[in-house]
Design a protein around this ligand. Structure first.
Ligand code: GLN
Length: 306
């Protein structure tokens, strides 16, 4: 990797590490509360194959909602443009687990990245795949190049035992007819999907197809078309950080996705993907230091999609 990027990441990492962390670790999923709040890692993967990481960049963490981008990719591949009849493409302006707009829009979630939208995407995968859990896992194994990757039973079980809001969301959408399978089955898959664990390095590799026009870095295999890639990236920019998507675009200026495990992945099309992990979240459920670090990187490099 060119030394210019290394320097920018080193500077951003050092500067952000020394900041006071104003965030809080997510505790509503009991298992996530055990994470060491001081963990801090970053990893950049350039499309020329070079890599650079710092801190806890090789340590696995729960990617949570970041997995919603991968389940959307698989469902979009299967259903094509018809998918937008089941889930919309508008920012919600609400928290990730909000029920509010489901009544207004009659069970059609605002976008695939709020929980309601991701639950509908899980329903679509169950309808169209023989074994959604297994085939989704195979899909991430292929993208990440990690043949042994699996769901974390510990994290999934912890969320299954306490995920009342998601149960409410799924049942409420079902009442409008936009969930076709049994809510129990859909939720079981949703919680498993959110339980995937990856390191910053693995995460930035896994997402590199979205910076690369829909093709894998390793063997240039086409995963999705350029047009579909554009749309998924547009959704990450406008909806990837819930009610803070505007703020993320304003400060960082890249498409990205966060998760309540404290991870964020972002990408600069045709150039790089970057993943950062710091478990303490701001009030919108996004990593406090993760956002700060990415803001430093794009400001210092003077490179963003704008
Ligand atoms: N599994 C989490 C939930 O449903 C995902 C939320 C997130 O990462 N924002 O609450």
């Amino acid at each position: 990797m060119e030394s210019i990027y290394k320097k920018i990441i080193e500077n951003a990492y050092t500067l952000t590490k020394s900041r006071k962390d104003k965030g809080e670790v997510a505790t509503y999923i009991p298992e996530l509360a055990y994470v060491d709040p001081a963990m801090f890692g970053v990893h950049m993967t350039k499309l020329d194959g070079t890599n650079f990481g710092l801190g806890n960049n090789l340590e696995k963490f729960s990617i949570q909602s970041i997995a919603k981008v991968l389940s959307l990719t698989l469902a979009y591949k299967i259903l094509g443009e018809k998918i937008w009849q089941r889930v919309d493409v508008e920012p919600s302006g609400t928290k990730f687990d909000s029920l509010l707009l489901l009544e207004t829009y009659k069970g059609i979630p605002r976008n695939p990245f709020v929980n309601s939208g991701a639950i509908v995407v899980c329903d679509i995968l169950i309808t169209h795949l023989k074994n959604a859990k297994q085939e989704f896992l195979d899909f991430i194994r292929e993208l990440s190049g990690l043949p042994d990757l699996t769901y974390s039973d510990k994290i999934a079980d912890s969320e299954k035992a306490t995920g009342y809001r998601n149960v409410a969301l799924c049942n409420y959408i079902k009442s409008y007819g936009n969930i076709k399978n049994e809510p129990d089955e859909v939720l079981d898959f949703y919680f498993d999907m959110c339980s995937i664990e990856l390191s910053c390095k693995e995460l930035s590799h896994t997402f590199s197809f979205l910076a690369n026009g829909g093709r894998t870095l390793k063997d240039n295999k086409k995963i999705i078309s350029k047009s579909m890639t554009k749309r998924i990236n547009a959704l990450m920019l406008t909806c990837g950080f819930y009610d803070e998507s505007g703020e993320f675009a304003f400060r960082v200026g890249l498409p990205g996705k966060s998760g309540v495990g404290g991870g964020i992945v972002a990408l600069y099309p045709k150039n790089y993907t970057i993943a950062v992990w710091s478990p303490k979240l701001n009030p919108n459920g996004n990593s406090y230091k993760g956002m700060k670090l990415l803001e430093e990187v794009t400001t210092d490099s003077e490179l963003s999609i704008f």
